[in-house]
Every structure is written in structure tokens, then in C-alpha cells.
Design a protein around this ligand. Structure first.
Ligand code: ADP
Ligand code: MG
Length: 611
């Protein structure tokens, strides 16, 4: 007797459901994605008992016909692809046609739906894959999907659901991901009749603030890079807002949330030299890419993804993030009025290719290549030398030109000084004060030198080209055994930094040259400090050798720069600062400068009036 038989649809669906539906949040994800694919502009999520009793999604999307409403619960039933080629052009969130069949296999489902053109809608009930009935109903345009008592017919799985708070956390995670990917869609979330979120359609920074809180407002740096292969857009947290706990890191590809350790690495290394080890940056980034370059068909949960050129994406992503936290991020806060939105990206024509983006993916040193000095010049646009102008936009001119009137822009041109005219005041040998368009720019002199010298030393180390000045009298430096061993190990690198020394005996060095910038005859002490600092960094920050040395020496050497500077020197210093890759931050993430807007200055003064 033959023993092989086909499984009934019901059992087949239940088995398939195991892949798709793990817990209430899986239902949330699938239903939200369907609503988005149906072009909804407003989506309401209603949850009871952390989804164990009810997951309901109401959308105002395109709805379904009577037959489609019946069909959508069949396995492999989808409106989104029809031939295998379509798999390489997927722009929708769903495409497998499995979700509703799986959900209906393990829950009690009721759907009401109506297309705009239809007078009457249709209502259908299905439980444990068993069709219970369908009738006409008058209902709003769109789809209202109710999923009750998940796993009502699979007690073993129902038993394994976690506590209400854990299941609700999973639901919130799914909700937040989708809400971040689609800021132009309005979302609501109700749990046990309590409104948890009511998000209006808006741009991405506003959505981030609505979801995570007001204090994110000041923390966001706009990140944008477009190449013919991919476009990257979104926001990263400024380095000083990095947190001890990981989380709040969202990465989307064509607005689909994905996990990629490789690309996560690209982002975290972009922050290298700006945040300490053990801290995690915030980010919400979307990569827009032609679907033919990716394969999303590798995991039912679809949070993993394959690219045909992962390395290129890595390089572009890293350089985009680096730019975001660098010179372009001098605005005191991002501009909440201009419409920065994932949505804009998809339809936008791509600008010309920037070849350097691909080339920036090499070693960390290559990332410190100098930028065009012209990049910082906009900072001084609108800077006036003597005339007093009342107007303040709260932004330095670096912020988007888009929110300025043509008149304002013309005015900027008038006031645009030659860089020679940049005037700064040095106070207490510690700070520089500069007038910029929106107010006052304060620069911490020591921090600035740390950044400048750090990059200079990196370059020296790379080219083995540190300029050394001969000491008039050579010095002997006694070291403890550990430091001595370290000095031997790092001999080549220390030479590249501009120190000239010989090993002498079993524990000494004879120093006859020190780096040119130091201008200090106490070279022996600095070298000793350098080694000590190197040891400290090594255990604390786990930086690579070259970075560590450059960072250590720049910290030491910056302290030696606290002296009176004349105008020419100040100008040269500021030039060098803005030519560096990240003028805003020291290599260990301290702020180098801050803009104080005119309004804040006025407030400070009026406060002291005592009214
Ligand atoms: P998939 O999303 O992979 O196509 P699903 O099982 O999630 O598979 O959905 C099956 C089909 O049902 C979809 O292709 C779509 O045509 C239809 N559908 C599901 N949800 C909605 C909705 N909210 N509005 C309109 N149509 C929907
Ligand atoms: Mg779907």
C-alpha cells in the first residue's frame, strides 16, 4: 500500500504559518506592510492584550474586490508579482502571498474592505483556515483587518507567548520601524483603548522626534549621498549623543527594515575617532537602490538582504555618515521646516556620480584625506566685518539654501568677505570668538589643535614623513621595562611622527629630534607622555595602532599651542581646522566649536536684566 499523501491545505498552512507568524508582532508587521502596499495614507493599529486577543489594522488604502477578498487568504496568492522576473523588481513590502493565509490558519480573522469605486464593501470571516462566510457590508474605503485570538487552535504555541509587556515591546518595535520608514503616512497606535501614538504625516526628523522625544531634536545630523548605484538618506545622531546601550539603530533598504552586521559596521566605523568605545550612535538611514541589485528573497522574515556589490554600499554609506557628522553639520539644529523625507528620494533625479565615494572605502587613514578647503567657506558667507545687521535665521549659511529667499541669498553675496578678512578674537589664550551670520562662533583652541594635529600626524604616519627638528642637546630618557618594550615596538611609527631617537642600553632612549610643531625643548617628557598615553588609550579605546599614536601625540602637542597668536596665525589655524575631515570634534569626541545664535545672546543678556 502507498503511504505518501498530500497534506490538507489546513495543515500545510499551519506549517507555513510557523515561518511567518511567530507572535502577535509578526501579525502587526504583515498587516502594516499590507496597508502600506495598498497605498494607505493613514493607518490605525489597535491592539488588545498585547495582541493576544486582538490585532486590528484599519487603512484607507485601495481596498479589495469581493473575489480578491476571498483570494487573499489562499496560499501564494498575491497581487504584487506574477512572473519570476518580477522578483528582481520588487518595490512592495510583500510579495510572497503567504502572510494572510498563514495568519488565517492560526487565528480568527475578520476583514471588511471596500474599493473607492464600489458602492458596497465586503466582509469575510475565516478561522483556522476555515471559510465561515462572506457578505456585503457598508464600510469606509480601505481595509479593516481584525485578527483575534492568535494560536487559538495551536495551544502549544499560544502557551509559549511571552508576558504582555514582552509581546507589547515586540509590537512597538515593529510599529516604530514602519513609522520611521514611512513618515509621510499618518499612524495611530491604541493599546487596550489607550492612545499610545498619534503620528501625523510629516517629514523624517519630525517623525523621529515624535517617536523618540524632543531631546532628539538637537541631536540629528542630516545624512545624504547620492550615486548612480545607491542613494542614502536619513539622520544620524551627533557623536555627543551616543549612548551606552545599543538600540535606536534603524537601517532600511528601499524602506524595508533590514539587519546587516556588515553595513552596521560601515556606520560605526564612520564614527571612529568621534565616540568612545562602548558607546553606540543613533541612526535612521534608508538606502534606495534599484531592486535588481538586491536579493530580498532569502529569508521569510525578510530582514536580511544581499547586494550584488556590498563593498560599494559599504564605502558609500561610511563616507555619507562621515560627511554628516563632519563639516556639513555645523548647523545648531536641523531645519525642521524643509521637507527632508525618504519619499523625496525615490523620485529624485540622481546627481552626477561622485567617484570618490567608492574610493573612500579603504583603510582608516584614507578616510582622512583632505577636503577642498572651499567646503568650509560657506561658514563665513554673510559674515559682516563691522556693519550690524538685525536679521538672524538661527542658522549659519551652511544650512540649506532652499529656505532662503532670493533676496537673502543675494544679500549673502554682498556680505561675503574674502577669507583674508576673517577676524577672530582670542580670549584667555583658550578660545576664539568669531562672528558668523547667525551669531557667534566659539572655538576651543586646544580642541581645535587636537583635531588639526591628529590629522597631520595620521598623514605623517601614513607617508612616514614627519618633520623633525634637531635638538641642540640630545636627551636621555629612562623608561620602565614595559614602556621601553613599547618604544621599541613602535620605533618606526614614532620616527614617522618626527621623533628621532636611538635605543640605548636596556632601558633608555637617546633623543636627538622632536616633531617640528612641538616647539618645545622638553621633547623627552613629551615622548614619555606619548608612550604613557598610548598605553592608556590602548586599554581604554581599543583603537588601532596608528590612530592611537596620532591621538596620543595630538593630545600632548595641542597643549603646547596655548599661546598668543597673531591674526595671520589665527587665520592659518582656522583654515587648517576646516580643512580637516571632522572640524566639529576632537578625535575622542569632544566638541571643538559651538555656534551661539543671536537670539540666545539676546536672551542671555535680557535674563540678566532681571525681568
Ligand atoms: P503579499 O503581501 O505577499 O502579497 P499577503 O498574504 O500579505 O501577501 O496578502 C495577499 C494579497 O492580499 C496582497 O497581495 C493584496 O493584494 C491583498 N491585500 C492584503 N492586505 C490588503 C490591504 N490592507 N489592502 C488591500 N489589499 C490587501
Ligand atoms: Mg503582505
Amino acid at each position: 500500500m502507498d503511504i505518501i499523501h498530500l497534506l490538507s491545505d489546513h495543515i500545510a498552512n499551519q506549517i507555513a504559518a510557523g515561518e511567518v507568524v511567530q507572535r502577535p508582532s509578526s501579525v502587526v508587521k504583515e498587516l502594516l506592510e499590507n496597508a502600506i502596499d495598498a497605498q494607505a495614507t493613514s493607518i490605525k493599529l489597535i491592539i488588545k492584550d498585547s495582541g493576544k486577543t486582538l490585532v486590528q489594522v484599519i487603512d484607507d488604502g485601495q481596498g479589495m474586490s469581493i473575489t480578491d477578498c476571498r483570494m487573499c487568504f489562499e496560499r501564494h496568492a498575491t497581487s504584487k508579482i506574477s512572473q519570476s522576473d518580477d522578483l528582481y523588481a520588487i518595490r512592495t513590502m510583500g510579495f510572497r502571498g503567504e502572510a494572510l493565509a498563514s495568519i488565517a490558519a492560526v487565528a480568527q480573522v475578520e476583514v471588511r474592505t471596500r474599493r473607492e469605486a464600489d458602492e458596497l464593501g465586503t466582509q469575510l470571516r475565516i478561522e483556522g483556515s476555515e471559510f465561515l462566510g462572506q457578505e456585503p457590508i457598508s464600510t469606509a474605503k480601505g481595509t479593516n483587518m481584525l485578527v483575534r485570538n492568535i494560536f487559538f487552535n495551536v495551544p502549544a504555541r499560544r502557551k509559549f507567548l511571552k508576558s504582555n509587556s514582552v509581546e507589547m515591546k515586540h509590537i512597538l518595535d515593529e510599529f516604530q520601524k514602519v513609522a520611521l520608514a514611512y513618515p509621510e503616512i499618518a499612524f495611530e497606535l491604541h493599546h487596550n483603548d489607550i492612545e499610545m501614538y498619534k503620528l501625523v504625516a510629516e517629514n523624517l526628523p519630525k517623525r523621529i522626534v515624535d517617536l523618540f522625544g524632543k531631546n532628539y531634536r538637537q541631536q540629528l545630523a542630516h545624512c545624504e549621498e547620492a550615486t548612480p548605484y545607491v542613494s542614502i538618506s536619513g539622520f544620524v545622531g551627533k557623536p555627543e549623543s551616543a549612548k551606552k546601550t545599543r538600540g535606536d539603530q534603524y537601517f532600511f533598504i528601499n524602506r524595508r527594515f533590514v539587519k546587516s552586521n556588515y553595513l552596521h559596521h560601515a556606520i560605526t566605523t564612520a564614527f571612529e575617532g568621534t565616540i568612545a568605545e562602548g558607546y553606540h550612535p543613533f541612526y535612521v538611514l534608508n538606502i534606495d537602490i534599484d531592486p535588481s541589485h538586491i536579493d530580498i528573497n532569502i529569508h521569510p522574515q525578510k530582514t536580511e538582504i544581499k547586494f550584488d556589490d556590498e563593498r560599494a554600499v559599504y564605502g558609500i554609506l561610511r563616507s555619507a555618515v562621515r560627511q554628516a557628522i563632519g563639516v556639513y553639520n555645523l548647523t545648531p539644529s536641523i531645519d525642521f521646516e524643509s521637507d527632508i523625507n525618504f519619499g523625496n528620494l525615490t523620485n529624485r533625479p540622481l546627481p552626477e556620480k561622485k567617484p570618490s565615494a567608492f574610493e573612500r572605502s579603504g583603510s582608516s587613514i584614507q578616510n582622512f584625506e583632505r577636503k577642498e578647503p572651499s567646503q568650509w567657506k560657506p561658514l563665513y558667507e554673510g559674515l559682516e566685518s563691522a556693519a550690524n545687521r538685525q536679521e538672524s535665521t538661527g542658522h549659519i549659511s551652511l544650512s540649506s539654501k532652499a529656505n532662503k529667499t532670493a533676496e537673502q541669498q543675494a544679500e549673502d553675496q554682498d556680505f561675503k568677505p574674502e577669507t583674508e578678512e576673517v577676524d577672530a578674537i582670542q580670549i584667555h589664550l583658550k578660545y576664539l570668538v568669531l562672528q558668523v551670520k547667525s551669531g557667534m562662533l566659539l572655538i576651543d583652541q586646544k580642541a581645535a589643535w587636537e583635531r588639526i594635529l591628529f590629522e597631520q600626524y595620521l598623514k605623517n604616519l601614513q607617508n612616514k614623513s614627519g618633520a623633525s627638528q634637531q635638538l641642540l642637546f640630545q636627551k636621555t630618557l629612562e623608561l620602565d621595562p614595559a614602556s621601553f618594550a613599547l618604544a621599541q615596538e613602535l620605533k618606526t611609527e614614532i620616527h614617522a611622527l618626527g621623533f628621532a631617537f636611538e635605543i640605548f642600553g636596556k632601558s633608555s632612549l637617546i633623543i636627538h629630534g622632536i616633531p617640528a610643531e612641538l616647539n618645545d625643548d622638553d621633547g623627552a617628557k613629551i615622548l614619555k607622555d606619548l608612550i604613557a598615553q598610548y598605553k592608556e588609550n590602548e586599554t581604554e579605546l581599543n583603537l588601532n595602532k596608528v590612530q592611537n599614536l596620532a591621538q596620543s601625540l595630538s593630545k600632548r602637542a595641542a597643549g603646547k599651542q596655548m599661546k598668543v597668536m597673531d591674526k595671520r596665525e589665527i587665520r592659518a589655524m582656522i583654515n587648517r581646522l576646516f580643512e580637516s575631515s571632522l572640524p566639529n570634534y576632537t578625535p575622542d569626541g569632544q566638541k571643538v566649536m559651538k555656534i551661539i545664535p543671536l537670539a540666545e545672546i539676546a536672551e542671555l543678556i535680557s535674563k540678566s536684566n532681571g525681568f
